[in-house]
Design a protein around this ligand. Structure first.
Ligand SMILES: [Zn+2]
Length: 199
């Protein structure tokens, strides 16, 4: 195993820095019914101070349709909590495929939630990209190159519109044909499940 494999691809870490701000709610494929489930912070936690806290605070998966439920807690290693690794089309806590995935320009376009779709659309649709806040400048250079190429702009915007529509749907029949495992997750972490079922 190379050192790169043992530490995880660098691009995942880079994505994680800005993806964290959209990680408060992640739409995933329900492990039980195949519809849309929500991965959110466990209720009752203290107010968030930094986006990065979203990577190790306790999580809950819930499906309003079928009642599936699961809990996740960060592993403890060396006396500290091991943060989840964001990036790729797999949600990093329960390792579920993202609900918001669509095929686009020979790739898979994905997002965590509707706010994430809006942010991506605002960027990709912008003719002039030099503006924006410091946070925006830090966030978007790390997008895959293909999403930023002028020749792909119309395709990417159409793909984001499909993701926006998907974010408003939740039935198993609404599942995108791209919303499956693509083997591009960062590093797997253990999830603790408190209910049985075909997970
Ligand atoms: Zn379900």
């Amino acid at each position: 195993m190379s050192s790169e494999q043992s530490t995880g691809p660098r691009r995942h870490r880079d994505q994680g820095e800005w993806l964290a701000r959209f990680a408060d709610r992640i739409l995933v494929v329900c492990p039980r019914c195949g519809g849309r489930a929500d991965v959110t912070e466990r209720p009752g936690l203290p107010a968030l101070q930094y986006y990065s806290e979203l990577l190790f605070r306790p999580r809950r998966l819930t499906c309003a349709a079928c009642g599936a439920s699961a809990e996740w807690e960060a592993a403890v290693r060396g006396g500290g909590l091991v943060a989840a690794q964001l990036g790729g089309t797999e949600e990093p806590f329960f390792l579920r495929p993202l609900w918001l995935q669509t095929r686009c320009a020979g790739h898979v376009l994905w997002a965590y939630n509707a706010a994430h779709v809006d942010a991506l659309a605002a960027y990709v649709g912008a003719t002039l990209r030099e503006g924006g806040t410091g946070a925006t400048r830090a966030m978007f250079p790390r997008l895959p190159r293909w999403t930023k190429e002028a020749g792909h702009r119309a395709e990417v915007l159409a793909g984001l519109e499909r993701l926006r529509t998907l974010s408003e749907r939740s039935a198993p029949a609404d599942r995108s044909d791209a919303a499956h495992e693509h083997g591009d997750h960062a590093r797997p972490y253990g999830a603790r499940y408190f209910r049985g079922g075909p997970y």
